[in-house]
Design a protein. Structure first.
Length: 192
């Protein structure tokens, strides 16, 4: 099983990276092959709304690092997408990635679309500075719904609050909880 981590934070050693990597650690301990991608290290342009992806090979025509991520997505069994919460939403890096998924997943919005492959498992992870865990819940639920419309199998939506003055690695409650999420992605695979 292949589990890919996508870190949509500008901080390589920040809370988002630590959380995603801890989930991947749990998956790896169960025998999964894991890999993580830091969006800030990649050159990914925003969607240009050119609709080039709706002609020819039905792939995005923008030649940038998103092509690497399309390949990783194609070969992954499960994904972990982590983003800090900025202004009540996912980071700009996560939004560009999400918008660029249109090229690969836009047929799913069509009533004629017939799914031929197994839906990718997905864990969505958000962290926020504000201690009120319900403050942005409507946005998190909206994001989960959007990925479900794209026919991702959203296994978990994790929103970690109160991270403004605290590092994720200092919170002992997160160590086991995050590893358990990664572990369950793999162990569930064997139960199906």
């Amino acid at each position: 099983m292949k589990v890919m981590g996508f870190i949509a934070s500008p901080r390589k050693e920040g809370n988002t990276a630590w959380i995603v990597n801890k989930i991947l650690e749990g998956a790896k301990e169960e025998g999964a092959e894991t890999q993580s991608w830091y969006f800030n290290d990649l050159d990914i342009k925003p969607c240009q709304s050119c609709y080039g992806c709706q002609h020819g090979e039905l792939r995005c025509v923008i030649n940038d690092d998103m092509q690497k991520l399309y390949d990783a997505l194609e070969h992954a069994d499960a994904l972990v997408l982590g983003s800090p919460t900025y202004m009540g939403q996912m980071s700009a890096q996560a939004k560009i990635f999400t918008d660029r998924l249109f090229a690969q997943y836009h047929p799913r919005f069509s009533p004629q679309f017939k799914e031929t492959s197994v839906a990718k498992k997905l864990v969505l992870v958000f962290n926020q500075g504000n201690p009120d865990s319900s403050l942005f819940q409507s946005y998190y639920d909206y994001t989960k719904n959007m990925f479900q419309l794209l026919e991702f199998d959203v296994k978990d939506l994790v929103a970690i609050a109160g991270m403004r003055n605290e590092s994720a690695h200092e919170r002992k409650d997160l160590h086991t909880a995050m590893k358990n999420i990664g572990s369950s992605l793999v162990s569930e695979q064997f139960r199906e």
